[in-house]
Write a protein that binds this ligand. Sequence first.
Ligand SMILES: Cc1ncc(COP(=O)(O)O)c(C=O)c1O
Length: 427
Amino acid sequence: MSDYSFDTLQIHAGAEPDPTTGARQVPIYQTTAYVFKDADHAARLFGLEEVGYIYSRLTNPTVSALASRIAALEGGAGAVCCSSGHAAQIMALFPLMGPGLNIIASTRLYGGTITQFSQTIKRFGWSCKFVDFDDLAALEAAVDDNTRAIFCESISNPGGYVTDLDAVAAVADKVGLPLIVDNTLASPWLCRPIEHGATLVVHSTTKYLTGNGTVMGGAVIDSGKFDWSASGKFPSLGAPEPAYHGLCFHQALGAMAFTFHSIAVGLRDLGMTMNPQAAHYTLMGIETLSLRMAKHVANATAVAKWLEADPRIDFVTYAGLESSPWHDRVARICPKGAGALFTVAVKGGYEACVKLVSELKLFSLVANLGDARSLIIHPASTTHRQLTEAQQIAAGAAPNVVRLSIGIEDAADLIADLDQALSAATA
Ligand SMILES: Cc1ncc(COP(=O)(O)O)c(C=O)c1O
């Protein structure tokens, strides 16, 4: 299957016709449990001597089809699906971390991730140091003996900044740490972080992968390439795991160690499981991912160019514009385009932004992105509200900007809507 091209994999990977009924589409296996053939079969499944379905907190055939499809699209060895993108981030860190350990993350992240990493993970005894990932010396200097991962977004929310994944991966390699890349805004059609050296990729499948704003979901994809045993820093994977009767996951399962640990220990004990209905909607969405992303990028480019030339606008951060300081990275990191999310600074600052989001008719004012519909939000008063003004500015969410998530409608209609709302907001 992995020999097929992206457009074929997005429809077929992970899904054969149902062996019992012949159903061509992946059925929604709405079941919590699976009948074991006998006691011996049950024991083999629990001992990971045989792969099969036990209980839907761990695995479910509809969810497994989605996990295999996302792994194929990202070029990973395996994947695990979770209940949300935020759950996926905790699931990615869980096997690597312990009390007293830390991660290094980019300052340019989704505001909810900054809060999760700067506040919430402290309750597990974990911590995070935030660094500007364009300063590679600072990134390397921030690593200490207790650091267990480096985390960034390929294209970052809200500014659409493009991370130099090759350069960041080179630092991660040098210091012997896994690089975790949130690829939500790019999707694997625009960027495949594993090809740039990422160890793990995380997604909020809530966004472009589903593509229609219907269900929450997340995924962690493992490249299968990291040596979890070499440094002795990752005992859950590289040494006998007491939470799974002393199994050494890396030794026993090789490239699938992270994925099996995430299911057998992560989902078993944290329970951040994706439900089969959500997996079904996301499977439906993924079938058209490449078609949608191409239209998202074409529309975002048209809208960003129009806004940049408008006298009511101070600046537009879209990396697809030649004026962007990150434009050079697009050809290397996300050659098919810079995504469809960016910020716009409106002349008139905070007040004009707040008026603009209320005057739009076609754009919806919502806390979401990656929908077929065009969306807008004022991050400083909503998604990035919990941050200090300095953190907001570092994250690209200053009070004078709005964030646009450009959908797949007709670009001329989107521009007309922005034009009338800008007139009202800046009058
Ligand atoms: C880049 C990015 N990562 C992760 C998340 C969290 O995803 P979810 O809302 O599915 O938990 C979001 C949510 O907006 C996001 O934009």
